[in-house]
Design a protein around this ligand. Structure first.
Ligand code: PEP
Ligand code: MG
Length: 593
């Protein structure tokens, strides 16, 4: 018999970006919708509305005075005086009288009446050719917002307010905020926007926080306190899950745990195919703290250290000694295994709050990564010196991100030589044989990989960006996520060209983008000739298991098929079918719903 007290189950579908199942109460983060309700009130309620207005004005006044005091203490009286203009708005009798008149004549709710009149004033002030009055229009809108927030009881919920474990639901989370999430309090998260290879999604996977993105309007459809189950494997956010749903997921979680137990047995075994092809399986990290996770995952070193996470969530850039310490720590702990340190890849969706990167129309095509470093040479110099200095402590390699031409690569090399020379003159030791490689993540680089390969010691394919640039599909935009196809023939050809150019130059080619940890795509990458894969530590064991169960003959046959097929879906299906055939236990979660 269904339980009559149980509310109906409701399922929201989004893009699964970080596996796992979370159960808990929803917490809506951020400011609730800006919408202002409009409704009629009866004659007897009009006085009540007038009282609400008076109360909201008093409350807003208290808040503004408090903010003014804080600003005065921190920045001085001059800066604090800007709030005088805000306080004057609250005392503007003409404005208040007009609002009460509208309330009484039209009998509409006070929020709507206040908004209409205040907006009329602000528009009129903003239209006057006078800078001072235009500023007053801004003040007017600012205060109006505060008054409306108080009338509607709207309160912004911030991450720092979290006290109890919950499932976060919000419009968006930045990569830097995600990097700071506390796993004990954030059981999982779901956002309206985002894509599978956005850095927010990548961080969630590294942190092993179940997550779904691209749920479109979920943050305005749910309420804090809703009972939810988040299925990060299939991208389902289930509200008021029924007993049957809970039972099914309970079984899945148990199955997953027992698979993980078995995978742990592989930690010390090599990643080698059934027919003897050795694959270097390394890990992606964003902070030095992750080094323990790398060591216990069974990875052979680090294939991608995303150094920009040392720069995010802080006011100033980390100095040379702080960076040196981070790089040294990782290199020393993992030696003799290699640690590939990628130079700074700020920009795109990874921005420092105070960084002087102006807002751009196309941030992913803009002042990002190596382009930024080659112009901000003091930032680049600090980092290169720190890496070089750390190179005596282990097996460090340097990797440049987003190289798009030979000229850019040469420029980076020349600057690195200068930094080496500087250290030599200062008598500071560094590894003179340190290898330098580059990412292949811009199609132009893949197309001229023959020339680039003569100037580097390895290629690492950044498939996340390579796909977005090859197909002109923003990797973080949920509306076009269906067009973001790793198995698009154009992407596969770029990978093939890169591997071939690497082989001709006798250098290795790896993949450190998310394709490398997608079990359905690993067979294809092996078949295309990739010999190194770098994945977030939680994925190492599963990828190793798959490698140990496949033959290169199977992988090459698949690649042969893919390179002769025009249809991304068919290629995806065939690659997935092979992965499922050889490692069915790794796919239990996909068959649930
Ligand atoms: C990539 O683009 O695939 C990559 C590994 O770099 P990031 O995800 O940091 O842009
Ligand atoms: Mg990239």
């Amino acid at each position: 018999m269904p339980d009559p007290t149980q509310k109906g189950e409701q399922v929201f579908r989004g893009i699964p970006v970080s596996g796992g199942v979370a159960r808990g109460h929803v917490l809506i983060l951020g400011k609730p919708s800006d919408e202002i309700p409009r409704y009629e009130v009866s004659e007897s309620q009009v006085e009540n509305e007038v009282n609400r207005l008076e109360k909201a004005l008093v409350q807003t006044r208290h808040e503004l005075i408090e903010v003014q005091h804080k600003v005065e203490a921190a920045m001085g009286a001059k800066d604090a005086s800007i709030f005088d203009a805000h306080l004057l708005v609250l005392e503007d009798q003409t404005l208040i009288e007009e609002v009460t008149r509208l309330l009484r004549t039209q009998r509409i709710n006070v929020e709507q009446a206040f908004f209409e009149i205040a907006e009329k004033y602000a528009t009129a002030l903003g239209a006057i050719e006078d800078d001072y009055l235009r500023e007053r229009a801004v003040d007017m809108r600012d205060v109006t917002q505060r008054i409306l927030d108080n009338l509607l009881g709207r309160k912004e919920v911030m991450l720092r307010d979290l006290k109890d474990p919950c499932i976060i639901v919000c419009h968006d989370l930045t990569p830097s905020t995600t990097a700071q999430l506390d796993k004990k309090l954030v059981l999982g998260f779901a956002t309206d926007v985002g894509g599978r290879t956005s850095h927010t999604a990548i961080m969630a996977r590294s942190l092993e926080i179940p997550a779904i993105v691209g749920l479109k309007e979920v943050s305005t459809s749910l309420e804090s306190g809703d009972d939810a189950l988040l299925d990060g494997y299939n991208g389902l956010l289930i509200i008021n899950p029924t007993d049957r749903t809970l039972f099914e997921y309970g079984q899945l979680v148990r199955k997953k745990l027992s698979t993980q137990e078995r995978l742990r047995e592989l930690v010390n075994l090599p990643a080698i195919t059934l027919d003897g092809q050795k694959i270097v399986l390394s890990a992606n990290i964003g902070t030095a703290e992750e080094v323990e996770a790398v060591a216990s995952s069974g990875a052979e070193g680090v294939g991608l250290f995303r150094t920009e996470f040392l720069f995010l969530n802080r006011g100033e850039m980390p100095n040379e000694s702080e960076q040196f310490e981070a790089y040294r720590r990782v290199a020393a702990a993992l030696k003799p295994h290699p640690v590939v340190i990628r130079t700074l890849d700020l920009g795109g969706d990874k921005l420092m709050p105070d960084q002087e990167i102006p807002a751009e129309m196309n941030p992913f095509l803009g002042w990002r990564a190596i382009r930024y470093c080659l112009q901000e040479l003091s930032v680049f110099r600090t980092q290169l010196r720190a890496i070089l200095r750390a190179s005596v402590e282990g097996n460090i390699k340097i990797m440049y991100p987003m190289i798009s031409s030979l000229g850019e690569l040469n420029e980076a090399h020349e600057f690195l030589s200068l930094c080496r020379e500087e250290l030599r003159v200062e008598g500071i030791p560094f590894d003179p044989n340190l290898e330098v490689g580059m990412m292949i993540e811009v199609p132009s680089a893949a197309l001229v990989a023959d020339a680039l390969g003569k100037r580097v010691r390895f290629f690492s394919i950044g498939s996340n960006d390579l796909i977005q640039y090859c197909l002109a599909v923003d990797r973080s935009n949920e509306r076009i996520a269906h067009l973001y196809q790793p198995t698009h023939p154009a992407v596969l050809r770029l990978i093939q060209l890169t591997v071939q150019a690497g082989d001709r130059n006798q250098i290795w080619t790896g993949v450190c983008g998310e394709m490398a940890s997608d079990l359905t795509l690993v067979p294809l990458l092996l078949g295309l000739g990739v010999t190194e894969l770098s994945v977030a530590p939680p994925f190492v064991a599963a990828v190793k298991f798959l490698i140990r169960n496949i033959t290169m003959t199977e992988a090459r046959e698949l690649a042969e098929f893919a390179l002769n097929c025009d249809c991304p879906r068919e290629i995806q299906a065939k690659s997935e079918a092979l992965a499922r055939k050889i490692t069915p236990t790794l796919f239990a979660h996909k068959d649930l719903r």
